[in-house]
Design a binder for this molecule. Structure first.
Ligand code: PEP
Ligand code: MG
Length: 604
């Protein structure tokens, strides 16, 4: 059998794709530099201006495509890039480089890009603001060097786009219908590029160090956006397997769709509430609210991230109200702002931190900048007059934080009442359990909150001391570690003992065998991305509660991740779901390599 070349990265957008790769050199490896004679300087400057003009046109084209296909808000990044291109000080800078150093326009633009990069490194920009400034100038460089797009425009072949960094320019490099998938060596899960890739429906994987050095233009690769893997040079056998999986995936999705409208109840009548995680207003169009029990996690930070300044109370109120109205009487769980770490606002600079995941983020910021919290709570409470809503607090570590929020919450409520707003009496306030300390003291905290939701994405990283976004340690980010299961069990027990609802909204709940295990542990709800709703629902409807309890008991008895995975795989077998899907498909949504076969991650 041919050697497998599967590289494990970070999944950004789901789906499978197979095709020839096109490496987009948004940062050309070699930018030619030559000396320019004094009399040629004006010609060089004219070339530069023409390239800036062409780049602005190109950005306008991309802006139109994104505005038409996704929406004005996503297109705004390109208009920002055009504004950056117009900055007279930068123009003066590049032109004086050409004039004084007597170098060609390409070289001067490249120097400018390098400068942006080094400024951002010195300034501690690990979040990619540099890309926003240098990206439009890379388009200028492209316009000067031209050949890449011209070559691509001569064919209409569909390709997998590969690049060093996942940026909006990379995602929109070609017309949408020509892109099969996007892969990049680096790029945040929540970057503008990632948001665009998801919105365009391109399978997308990042966190693939040194990928480009292993690719050649036109080389065939397959991309698994569910598992976050890329296979290089699949042989005929791999391709046949891949195409068969693709077919099964399609068949499975259409078959699962038949169950979508039925209640998520086990054969013996036990209900697991099934809710959705949403990140933006756009997500509301990707599922039917009637097929859900509500929104289990509205990540409000994305409403803030898509803007150039803090949204006003009125703006927030309108957005939250839209979500509530769209859900037609089903509960919306609104999480207060969870910025910091990998989610940054361009207009709210947080300090440079050596360990941002352990730093100033989530509730910590809301409690220090209480005006932010007050505005958000005012907007949320006003919106709650239009339908059921719960407030969820991120990154809670202690009971004192909960008490502090209650103080602010009561103040806001009184103020709104004084101003004549009619606010429902009962707006439940709950906490995310995503920090180990919250697990350990939950029996104290639980009496002061109305519900809990476990954020396993963070809980796993904090329990295992493994950065969730660092591809170098992704092997260690293991959602099946027995410690994770023990923590989950502890949360379910503490919540049950207090009679409070508890759910899991981390990504791991989207795996249907895991969802059954959580049901068996005593969780009464899971919240998953909309695309996994029908899969989880189908599994719940195929099982009994007794089976779910057995899965939980057996998984908790295991002392290794491997053992836990065996239990979950066994659960799938028993459900006879293997007829519906490719072996491995159902494992794709899990954070770690679920079959435990480390050889599969071979990367040479
Ligand atoms: C989590 O941590 O599991 C979670 C749902 O929150 P986020 O992914 O937004 O940090
Ligand atoms: Mg979290």
């Amino acid at each position: 059998m041919a050697q497998m070349r599967i590289v494990k990265g970070v999944p950004v957008a789901p789906g499978l794709a197979l095709g020839p790769v096109h490496v987009v050199h948004t940062t050309p490896h070699v930018v030619p530099t030559w000396s320019v004679s004094e009399e040629d300087v004006p010609r060089e400057i004219a070339r530069l201006r023409e390239a800036v003009h062409l780049a602005a046109e190109d950005l306008r084209r991309r802006e139109r495509v994104v505005a038409d296909e996704i929406g004005e808000r996503d297109a705004a990044i390109f208009s920002l890039h055009r504004t950056i291109l117009q900055d007279p000080a930068t123009h003066k800078d590049v032109e004086s480089m050409i004039r004084e150093q007597r170098i060609n326009a390409e070289s001067a633009v490249q120097t400018l890009i390098e400068r942006f990069k080094s400024l951002s490194v010195k300034g501690g920009d690990t979040r990619g603001y540099a890309a926003d400034f240098s990206d439009p100038w890379r388009v200028v460089l492209d316009a000067l060097m031209r050949h890449e797009r011209e070559v691509m425009e001569q064919t209409d072949e569909q390709v997998v786009i590969a690049a060093a960094e996942l940026t909006p320019q990379v995602v929109t490099f070609l017309q949408r219908e020509r892109v099969l998938a996007v892969v990049a060596e680096t790029g945040g899960r929540f970057s503008h590029g990632a948001v665009l890739a998801r919105s365009f429906g391109f399978p997308c994987v990042v966190g693939l160090p040194n990928l480009l050095s292993r690719l050649e233009q036109g080389m065939r690769i397959s991309v698994d956006g569910d598992a976050g893997t890329v296979q290089l040079r699949p042989d005929q056998q791999d391709i046949d397997r891949f195409l068969a999986r693709l077919e099964r995936r399609k068949a499975r999705l259409s078959k699962l769709g038949l169950h979508a409208g039925l209640p998520p109840e086990t054969v013996d009548g036990h209900r697991l509430s099934l809710m959705v995680n949403i990140e933006s207003i756009r997500d509301l169009d990707t599922f039917d609210p009637a097929h859900t029990d509500g929104v289990g996690l509205l990540r409000t930070e994305f409403l803030y991230m898509e803007r150039t300044q803090f949204p006003s109370e009125e703006e927030q109120y309108r957005l939250y109200r839209r979500v509530i109205e769209r859900m037609g009487g089903r509960t919306v769980t609104l999480r207060t702002l969870d910025i910091g770490n990998d989610k940054q606002l361009s207009y709210f600079k947080t300090p440079k931190e050596n360990n941002p995941a352990l730093g100033w983020r989530g509730l910590r910021i809301s409690l220090e900048w209480q005006d932010l919290l007050r505005v958000q709570l005012r907007a949320a409470l006003r919106a709650s007059a239009h339908g059921p809503m719960r407030i969820l607090l991120p990154m809670v570590t202690s009971i004192e934080e909960v008490r502090e929020v209650h103080r602010v919450f009561d103040g806001v409520r009184r103020q709104l009442a004084d101003q004549g707003f009619e606010i429902p009496v009962d707006v439940p306030v709950g906490i995310m359990v995503e920090v180990p300390s919250a697990v350990l003291v939950l029996h104290h905290i639980i009496g002061e909150v109305d519900f809990v939701s476990v954020g396993t994405n963070d809980l796993v990283q904090y329990l295992l001391a493994t950065d969730r976004d660092n591809p170098w340690v992704s092997r260690l980010y293991d959602v099946h570690h027995p410690a994770v299961l023990i923590a989950l069990d502890q949360v379910a027990r503490a919540s049950r003992a207090a009679g409070k609802p508890c759910s899991v909204c981390g990504e791991m709940a989207g795996d249907y065998a895991t969802a059954l295990m959580l049901l068996g542990m005593g969780f009464d709800a899971v919240s998953v991305v909309p695309s996994l709703l029908s899969e989880v629902k189908f599994a719940v409807r195929e099982s009994t509660f007794v089976e779910a309890q057995e899965i939980a008991r057996n998984a908790l008895a295991e002392s290794t991740s491997e053992g836990v995975r065996r239990v979950l795989i066994g659960a799938r077998d028993r459900l006879h779901m293997r007829q519906l899907e490719a072996r491995g498909d159902s494992e794709l949504t899990l954070g770690a390599d679920t079959n435990g076969d480390s050889k599969k991650r071979e990367s040479n």
